[in-house]
Design a protein around this ligand. Structure first.
Ligand SMILES: [Zn+2]
Length: 384
């Protein structure tokens, strides 16, 4: 057995943790670039905490999913404002934008030098500027991952800036920040978290450390996602989902993902479907396709046992079959406010092109079995 495990230097978890950020980052410098979503007023507690510790701030807002130009503009702004470090306060898009800006601050050249697929794909050589990630949704786990997903609309694809030198310095996970998250966003981000716990658990590079996070996280999603969606003020449900999201990030960054995320790159690149909605629409169908393919072509695979274990955790029934796990996920999704991919414009005529693109995605390569192009197209069809 060989594996490696790397994560943020420090993880601070708990309701109210955002109020301690100033004290926790004091040693990193005097001036911070604060990256937020459209409504920067929501970061008020963070800004108060920073100013109480005499840290100056310049705010950079990121409206939607970050593009290459967003990161370049943010990097130029941070340099002009002489920022020593970067603090992201927001969902996955805001965290990824800040993470990439922090990398750009210390590495020469332009962003495209370091981008895979559409750029020159060089490795970063310098540790990123200190980066503090404060998620306000519970799903992406981006606060502990080493990559930033960026949109390249002219290429209709999403690309990653990826390096161990980009791991955040501090991840601050404060469930209080998610209490007001609307039901639909709670549902899609929560189902992204569930996907990011199931895929690393069955993937080719699963290891005992990530397995522990996955089992704990899947249990917490099963126990609390419905409650977090329909009763957002339930503190323990929000705490469970914040933990599940964090555990998913810890697992995916150190084990890998699978076919759901393999599809998410081309689907998300061509259609404006939120990442969580893409994951939700595909998850049960990918589970079913993997189970069928494993039974047909690799019946001794360890992954079959993993699917049994997932079903037992999700259903709470020690005698559950692997298929009962798939049924449980289908039933959960039917109860939640999530839309299928047809709503975002994906049609039958797009399926073969996406099925042809998906195997190139790095996530697809970690799937426990290679799915044929027919199996990929059929899986996508069921998510329309
Ligand atoms: Zn995801």
């Amino acid at each position: 057995m060989n594996f490696e495990f790397a994560t943020a230097t420090r993880i601070v978890f708990g309701a109210g943790a955002v109020n301690q950020v100033g004290a926790n980052v004091k040693h990193l410098g005097r001036r911070a670039l604060v990256v937020t979503g459209k409504n920067s007023a929501r970061a008020e507690k963070l800004l108060t905490s920073l100013s109480a510790s005499d840290i100056g701030t310049a705010t950079f807002t990121v409206g939607g999913e970050p593009e290459i130009s967003t990161v370049e503009n943010g990097g130029a702004f941070a340099k002009k404002e002489r920022c020593d470090f970067v603090v992201s306060f927001g969902g996955g898009s805001v965290i990824d934008a800040g993470k990439a800006i922090a990398a750009l601050l210390t590495n020469d050249g332009e962003l495209l030098d370091y981008i895979e697929i559409i750029g020159r794909g060089k490795a970063l050589t310098q540790t990123a500027a200190p980066f503090i990630a404060i998620p306000t949704t519970a799903g992406t786990g981006a606060e502990v991952t080493r990559n930033a997903v960026l949109a390249a609309p002219e290429h209709q694809v999403k690309v990653s800036l990826r390096s161990p030198l980009m791991l955040p310095r501090i991840a601050v996970v404060d469930p209080e920040l998610t209490y007001d998250l609307p039901p639909a966003l709670t549902a899609t981000t929560g189902l992204d978290a569930l996907t990011q716990l199931i895929e690393p658990y069955v993937c080719l590079r699963a290891n005992p450390l990530t397995d522990g996070f996955c089992e704990q996280g899947i249990f917490r999603v099963a126990r609390s996602l419905r409650e977090a969606v329909f009763n957002g003020q339930n503190k323990s449900a929000r705490e469970d989902m914040a933990l599940a999201s964090l555990f998913g990030g810890l697992a995916l960054a150190n084990a890998g993902l699978g076919a759901v995320h393999g599809f998410a790159a081309p689907v998300g690149g061509s259609f404006s479907a939120p990442h969580g909605a893409v994951c939700a629409a595909l998850l049960p169908h990918v589970m079913a396709a993997n189970l069928r393919a494993l039974r047909k072509r690799d019946e001794k695979s360890y992954a079959l046992g993993r699917y049994y274990r997932i079903a037992k955790i999700l259903t709470g029934n020690p005698n559950a079959t692997a298929d009962a796990g798939v049924e449980w996920v289908i039933k959960l999704i039917a109860e939640l406010p999530v839309l299928k991919l047809g709503v975002y414009g994906l049609r039958e005529e797009h399926l073969s092109a996406i099925a042809a693109q998906a195997p190139n995605a790095s996530s697809m390569k970690a799937n426990p079995i290679v799915l044929t192009s027919d199996e990929l197209a059929q899986t996508l069809r069921l998510a329309l």
